[in-house]
Design a binder for this molecule. Sequence first.
Ligand SMILES: *Cc1c(COP(=O)(O)O)cnc(C)c1O
Length: 402
Amino acid sequence: MYSLPYKNGHYGQFGGRYVPEILMPSLIELEKAFNKYKKDKKFLKDLDDLYKNYSGRPTPLYFCENLTKKLGGAKIFIKNEGLNHTGAHKINHCLGQILLAKRMGKKRVIAETGAGQHGVATASVAAKFGLKCTIYMGARDVARQRPNVFWMEQVGATVVPVYDGNQTLKDAVNSAMRDYIADPESHFLLGSALGPVPYPEMNTFFQAIIGREVKKQCREIYNIHPDYLVACVGGGSNAIGLFYEFLDDKSVNLIGVEAGGAGKRNAIRFKGGKYGVIEGYKSYFLQDENGNTLPTHSISAGLDYPGIGPGHAYLKETGRVKYVSATDKEVLKAFQLLAKNEGIISALESAHAVAYAIKLAPKLAKNKNIIVNLSGRGDKDLFIITEALGDKKFYEFLKSKV
Ligand SMILES: *Cc1c(COP(=O)(O)O)cnc(C)c1O
């Protein structure tokens, strides 16, 4: 697409493949398979069947009538990716990658996970396709997200807690990479539109279904023009998946929302981040003067990451996408407003996009339309939200269980 030129594995000065020599053959094999199968009719049909029959696509585009009335401005619509199988958009690239892994004759997949959403989606597709699956997860995340660990194990994955560093996502990525280096015959099922070539382009391709559906739904169901598209940005896969189809249409405003966290503790790569080469690709990273990534913070584990996909770094530089942030506090308020007015329980990541839409809508005319990508549903955040809201009855319940 014109607005996101991709040349030699780069979007402008971002992207590339900077990995240990030993991984090059595997990543080149993957790139070749992707370039072959993305044009293969049978492959695309198999993927489409899985999107429909395994994951439940197309996900609804839903008009938030109550929320719109309450805010008194532009109309707010939600693209509900949370209704996907396993609860988020992650399944879109997991299905694509597992089909490629099968075509390449892989027997095992390796993945990293933070909150566990990508882990659950990966473990599920591995179960369905009969591949062995090892998921690396920081020991602190294992402790915080026990329900997802349990589900990964139930569908047959081995979950390995990582005790290095901060014991969070970055450390899980490093351990997963070490496993991959030791066993490059496995498929590394990476969970966002970042990392070395071909992951950013490949996951963008698999996530672009979101924007294609939105375009069709706007036209066929509502007969509206999508004036604003809003999505949260962790690594960037759900956002680029929503934006991709619209990049060339300048009448559509694109907005990515980063994790504003709490004061100085945040994950706003486009504010505090600097250009660098980390974890195999060139992009913006929150890093110290030695190029080591800095600790980040967000109430949502999925946005709590120092790096951002190279496509987004490019779209930021060209100004095609505007990047903003929402704080933990704003996110909790947005979560509650959506729940109370529409009966929709949003993932905390996605509530970042809702938080921005809530600020934007009253400033716009009533004939404007805002599409918010609800990247996931909130079930996984039960423990974080009950704690943040100080729900005593829930604590009584937990105590009664031990
Ligand atoms: C993982 C996750 C994200 C962040 O990842 P992106 O690659 O930026 O989309 C956002 N929302 C949910 C629900 C997630 O699980």
